[in-house]
Design a protein around this ligand. Structure first.
Ligand SMILES: [Zn+2]
Ligand SMILES: [Zn+2]
Length: 80
């Protein structure tokens, strides 16, 4: 039943993304991160699921927007 889960992405060796959950062998090499976008991920801070986005690429342990995702400078957004 439980075939799909939200991966807990983490960057290892600075060149590979893996899922930190036990029994999950999912991984992708850096450079192919585009397949991570819009995927469900687990936040390293609060444990909630969130949608992985470009800003998360800068994080070794991605967090959701509530916990403070790093926004790339290209978006040119002003914080409230
Ligand atoms: Zn996984
Ligand atoms: Zn969070």
């Amino acid at each position: 039943m439980k075939r799909q889960h939200a991966h807990k992405f983490t960057k290892v060796d600075g060149r590979k993304w893996i899922c930190a959950l036990p029994d999950c062998k999912w991984f992708v090499y850096q450079g192919l991160e585009v397949i991570l976008f819009q995927r469900m991920a687990i936040c390293w801070k609060c444990g909630d699921t969130f949608i992985f986005s470009e800003g998360n690429l800068h994080q070794d342990k991605p967090t959701c927007t509530k916990c403070g995702v790093v926004i790339p400078p290209t978006t040119n957004q002003k914080m409230m």
